[in-house]
Write a protein that binds this ligand. Structure first.
Ligand SMILES: Nc1ncnc2c1ncn2[C@@H]1O[C@H](COP(=O)(O)OP(=O)(O)O)[C@@H](O)[C@H]1O
Ligand SMILES: [Mg+2]
Length: 281
């Protein structure tokens, strides 16, 4: 089964402690995945988690822009066998480690299952010195995007309140369920105009997933539309570092705490949340 073949824990072997793998995905592009991935990773790293952030966009990865990282090598060099994962890992803020995605120049078509397996094996080698691996996927429901999600312990689906984004996010959830994904699926509503709009968007998605897919979708949180995030992107600094006291930063910290518990099905990891909030203040 493809799902099992790509499972990091199975690759690592039962005796080795495995990092928790979290995939961030959406269906539609431009909904905020990359920014959310970068900021959650910084929050986790700031709370002393050993975090590896992987830009799994195989054509237009842009985590390097959001984090202002300049890397000569990227994931395409690992896939082609020219470099090991260890050789291309870059240092990000707060001790975060980052693997950059393929740039326009090195753009890859969808990778084969074998190549994806090799990539997972490389990731696996970094597992022992890592607590959390965050995977920022490309948009769409291509085989490689779905493969990264199936390999994760938990999937964070990002949507906005727009009908098109919701439809595409639902499409992604449907594919994961049909492929037999067994981990929890959580939803982040980004660019909401109010907390109420965010909650309502979540409730609609959760209702439809329950009714038509018989699947629980958990609530990860709402992020409001905020000009500070755009300003942070322009200055190539994650918003939690550029505006640590802003509401959006506090919301991102809360989402980090909610999704990073060692037991994915558990509630908020309180002590961890307090550490992140202490750091933001
Ligand atoms: N909460 C937000 N408030 C305002 N603008 C946002 C917000 N989230 C994302 N954006 C805007 O959307 C753009 C695309 O975000 P990005 O993280 O690259 O999306 P994706 O990875 O899903 O394609 C960002 O550059 C930013 O301008
Ligand atoms: Mg992106």
């Amino acid at each position: 089964m493809a799902n099992q073949a790509l499972n990091l824990h199975a690759l690592a072997g039962a005796s080795r402690p495995a990092a928790t793998v979290l995939a961030i995905t959406s269906g539609k592009g431009g909904v905020g995945k990359t920014n959310i991935a970068a900021n959650l990773a910084v929050c986790l790293a700031a709370a002393n988690r050993r975090v590896l952030l992987l830009d799994a966009d195989l054509s237009l990865g842009n985590l390097d822009l959001v984090l202002d990282i300049h890397s000569k090598y990227n994931i395409s060099h690992v896939i082609s066998g020219r470099k090991s994962m260890e050789e291309i890992v870059q240092a990000g803020p707060k001790g975060l480690r980052v693997v950059c995605g393929a740039s326009g120049l090195d753009r890859l078509a969808d990778i084969s299952e074998g190549e994806q397996h090799r990539l997972m094996e490389h990731l696996c080698q970094l597992q022992q010195e890592t607590d959390t691996i965050l995977i920022d996927t490309a948009a769409g429901i291509s085989r490689s995007v779905v493969g990264f999600c199936l390999a994760a312990d938990r999937v964070l689906v990002v949507t906005t309140p727009e009908a098109t984004a919701m439809a595409d996010s639902y499409g992604m959830i449907k594919v994961l369920v049909r492929k037999g994904y067994g981990g929890p699926i959580s939803l982040v509503v980004n660019m909401a105009r109010s907390a109420a709009e965010g909650k309502q968007t979540y409730q609609r998605m959760a209702h439809v997933a329950q009714r038509f897919l018989q699947t629980n979708v958990y609530y990860a949180g709402t992020l409001l539309k905020d000009e500070r995030l755009c300003a942070a992107v322009r200055s190539r600094t994650p918003v939690v570092l550029a505006y640590p006291k802003s509401e959006i930063s506090t919301s991102l910290a809360a989402i980090a705490a909610r999704v990073a518990g060692t037991r994915p099905r558990g509630g908020v990891d309180d002590s961890f949340f307090r550490r992140v909030i202490r750091w933001l203040n």
